[in-house]
Design a protein around this ligand. Structure first.
Ligand code: NAD
Length: 555
């Protein structure tokens, strides 16, 4: 137990301290068998716990022993969530000390399976549910949350959960999981985090018929009633939690771009599927350029898929090129998109609004192969959810055009990836700079081992969130994201690049998140968007905010 309390621990101990059974049932304060003899006497715990006092390390050993015995990842997820509901400090100690093992359990891919069964696995509620029936009373509902100083809200309406579609209120696993990553990866105090699901109904007939479904039995609100509920929600958050960053998560295309554009200049908010993805993939491109020795403004980037992820990445690349002095129109000419109907070009009459800025003057091209032959891209990015779209001829064409072709197969889960790591390395004869959305194991090709990078948004959003919170930024802007991307890329070690690894090891994520946060806050100060006075040593201040999962001494 450290003698001197950190600021975070002091904040933790200021949370009102219940006694006896109530203390054991408060996950933010509970220490389980680690309560000391003195605390057991002073806090009415004597007899409520078995006599032996365990250290946190011993408790962690118990958790890891059980974890190893679980038959599958979903069971491991349930074990960890139950721990989070009993003892958050121990939960974060376990997650932070085993981040590489735990990340795929508390987040993708396991969280996807957990969401599909959320109502069936349901034990204790976590987060706030705001339903269509709460119209006119949203602020009242939000006031029921136990903590008042909220700094990050992750909100979904459950319509497009990962690649799994409409899961209605079962989507709550996503805000819960994302916020766990805010704490695990960037040390944002758990009491600052609020997961929210807007239950506006679901189109998922299976769920509507499921007696264990947890949401309203109705079709989704659309149009003005949907917008009015979201608007009431945003207004209420501004009143009750004025320092909170709002992260929109897993809204369907039809709402995601619209809501982002409606609120991004009014409140402190962003959309991780659009902007977080964009930043992590731009970081991947910057790192890849360290290998290929190229510069961003000389790249031709071809996307397979023109949805939230693809257009988001395109937009951020354009902003980053603009910052390098390239006019926006010219920058957009470097980004090309293939969607389900072929190359996105001006002559097409069927294009959704978000694709229009990238509809360039070009002859129509019905498929990816012909688009590659015609455009000669240096970077190929798969974000279409179409498994195996990067065939051997596609990878071979990229490898003929480029000494080191940059190929990112980002569609999730693994079964939807455009190609596997092994295919990318083999078909390019070990020359591809490869990254994926889901993790792939290292691949050995002709005696050399390649470590594929995983474009995990967790490299970006926790650090961006910490930076925004630290300076109390009014808005989240594109320069914050491309600065975050550049900072992340600069923190990839030469030894990583030598193995083809274009993102840092997850074990360094807290250290990397802190520097990303400092860089993001610096942008907020430059853009005059910070509401808090700049501390002399920004990085030291940011580090002082970070939650350390040590037990606080209560007596
Ligand atoms: P989305 O539904 O918004 O967009 C999908 C796009 O693919 C649409 O434009 C659609 O027209 C296009 N498409 C569908 N079939 C196609 C085909 N046969 N050929 C070409 N294009 C086709 O989804 P999204 O949010 O953009 O996500 C897309 C994929 O990217 C998902 O699999 C998701 O898991 C993945 N993703 C990865 C990361 C990451 O690696 N960090 C982040 C976000 C999304």
């Amino acid at each position: 137990m450290p003698k001197k309390q950190t600021k975070t621990q002091a904040r933790q101990s200021k949370l009102s301290l219940p006694k006896g059974v109530a203390l054991l049932h408060n996950p933010m304060l509970n220490k389980g068998t680690a309560f000391t003899e003195k605390e057991r006497d002073g806090l009415g715990l004597r007899g409520l716990l078995p006599p032996h006092v365990h250290t946190q390390k011993e408790q962690m050993q118990r958790v890891m022993n059980t974890f190893a015995k679980k038959p599958n990842d979903l069971e491991r997820y349930v074990q960890l969530i139950s721990l989070q509901d009993r003892n958050e400090t121990l939960f974060y100690r376990v997650i932070m000390d085993h981040i590489e093992t735990m990340m795929p359990i508390i987040y993708t891919p396991t969280v996807g399976k957990a969401c599909q069964e959320y109502g069936h696995l349901f034990r204790r509620p976590r987060g706030i549910y705001i339903s269509a029936k709460d119209k006119g009373k949203v602020a009242k509902v939000l006031k029921n949350w136990a903590y008042k100083d909220i700094r990050v809200i992750v909100v979904t309406d459950g319509e497009r959960i990962l690649g799994l579609g409409d899961l209605g209120t079962f989507g709550m696993g996503i805000p819960v999981g994302k916020l766990s990553l805010y704490t695990a990866c960037a040390g944002i105090h758990p009491s600052w985090c609020l997961p929210i699901t807007l239950d506006v109904g679901t189109e998922n007939e299976t769920l509507l018929k499921d007696p264990l479904y947890t949401g309203l039995r109705q079709k989704r609100l659309r149009g003005a009633p949907f917008d009015a509920l979201v608007d009431e929600f945003i207004t209420a958050t501004q009143k009750l939690f004025p320092k909170a960053l709002v992260q929109f998560e897993d809204f369907a295309n039809i709402n995601a771009f619209r809501l982002l554009h409606k609120y991004e200049k009014k409140v402190c908010c962003f959309n991780d599927d659009i902007q977080g993805t964009a930043a992590v993939i731009l970081a991947g491109v910057y790192s890849a350029l360290r290998i290929t020795q190229g510069s961003l403004k000389n790249q031709i980037i071809l996307f397979q898929g023109a949805g939230e992820a693809g257009i988001g990445i395109g937009d951020l690349i354009v902003s980053a090129m603009q910052a390098e002095g390239v006019p926006a129109d010219e920058a957009r000419q470097h980004c090309w998109f293939v969607d389900s109907k072929g190359l996105v070009v001006k002559s097409r009459k069927d294009l959704a609004e978000h694709k229009l800025p990238y509809a360039h003057d070009h002859a129509s091209c019905p498929d990816l192969q012909r688009a590659i032959d015609s455009l000669k891209p240096t970077v190929l990015i798969g974000v279409s959810g179409m498994p195996k779209a990067f065939t051997q001829p596609i990878v071979e064409s990229m490898s003929k055009l480029n000494q080191r072709p940059v190929i990112f197969a980002l569609s999730n889960p693994t079964s939807k990836a455009e190609c596997s790591a092994e295919e990318a390395y083999t078909w390019s004869q070990g020359r591809a700079v490869f990254a994926s959305g889901s993790p792939f194991n290292p691949v050995t090709y002709h005696g050399k081992t390649f470590v594929p990078g995983q474009g995990n948004n967790a490299y970006i959003f926790p650090g961006v969130g910490l930076g925004v919170i630290a300076c109390e930024a009014k808005h989240v802007t594109a320069p914050m994201f491309f600065t975050a991307a550049k900072t992340l890329a600069n923190h990839v070690l030469e030894s990583d690049l030598a193995q083809g690894r274009i993102f840092p090891a997850l074990t360094r994520i807290q250290e990397v998140s802190a520097v990303i946060a400092a860089a993001v806050a610096e942008v907020a100060y430059e853009e005059k968007l910070a509401r808090k006075k700049r501390p002399k040593d920004l990085l030291a201040f940011i580090k002082s905010l970070m939650f350390v999962p040590h037990y606080t001494s209560y007596v």
